[in-house]
Design a protein. Structure first.
Length: 278
């Protein structure tokens, strides 16, 4: 099988032999064909990639599970489904990591996580949603200059390690779920001049599931009980990058409002899950 056929099979396209992206906007499922992705010609083609803009998502199920709202029959029990075990999710994540290991000289990396499921996530699903975190932890990306993450579930300490390599000049994090205890170390790292960072853009960072508001001038996207500390979006460049950035997360709850409803709807459209039920 040619590398072009493998790209088509995975729903990917390689533009000008150096830019890898999803074909027709289709997300790369975590259950990629491990054998195909290890094909020598395919891996050789990936070594030429300098820009990667990819959306990733959970493995595809052969069945659909709806939320139990108490009005219908009990959902079917799929707890013994081998495809939903954590160990299988681990294998899928390793396959995704191996794919990115074939792109050691990527200069611009733009990764977007789209959840196919949220309320009905299995052990495999929970492991798969961490795949971007595993990629950043396992792949050195020695030439990476620009990093953009959307919707990813990340340990901010992994991002600190990436920034401390000193190659990244620009970082953009949007709707990224960070481990709560990793937010301060990450913000502190952004302000360290020695990393050589030239600009950053943080938008709707989440401490677990709690929105992070920054103590800077500006208006929050939706009202909070007791008032928001400030906006949830901040952009800095040049000398402003090294200024201290304080934040607040989880201390105040969002108030029901049209602004909150619009924010939640947009989040679901961009990051999943699709439909009324997962």
């Amino acid at each position: 099988m040619s590398y072009a056929a493998i790209l088509e099979q995975l729903g990917l396209e390689l533009e000008d032999d150096s830019t890898l992206s999803n074909a027709n906007g289709t997300a790369l499922s975590c259950d990629i064909d491990i054998i195909s992705s290890g094909h020598l010609d395919f891996k050789a083609a990936l070594t030429q990639v300098r820009k990667a803009r990819l959306k990733l998502s959970h493995h595809t199920r052969s069945w659909i599970e709806e939320e139990d709202d108490g009005t219908g029959p009990e959902p079917e029990d799929h707890s013994d489904d081998l495809d939903e075990l954590a160990a299988v999710g681990e294998t899928r994540v390793k396959a995704v990591v191996e794919l990115f290991k074939s792109m050691p000289d990527v200069e611009e990396l733009d990764l977007h996580w789209y959840s196919l499921r949220k309320q009905t996530q299995s052990a495999a699903d929970l492991r798969e949603r961490e795949c971007i975190n595993d990629v950043l932890e396992a792949v050195p990306f020695r030439s990476l200059r620009k990093l953009t993450l959307h919707g990813a579930y990340i340990d901010g300490l992994n991002l600190v390690a990436v920034l401390e390599r000193g190659t990244i000049k620009h970082i953009h994090l949007e709707h990224v779920h960070l481990a709560p205890n990793s937010i301060k170390p990450l913000l502190d790292c952004l302000a360290v001049k020695a990393t050589g960072l030239e600009s950053f853009h943080l938008d709707d960072i989440l401490a677990g599931e709690a929105i992070v508001n920054f103590r800077i001038k500006g208006k929050a996207k939706f009202p909070m009980l007791g008032g928001a500390a400030g906006p949830s979006e901040v952009q800095r460049s040049g000398k402003a990058v090294s200024e201290v950035l304080e934040f607040e997360a989880g201390k105040k709850r969002p108030m029901g409002s049209p602004e909150l409803k619009r924010w939640e709807t947009r989040g679901r459209e961009l990051y999943g899950p699709p439909g009324v039920y997962d």
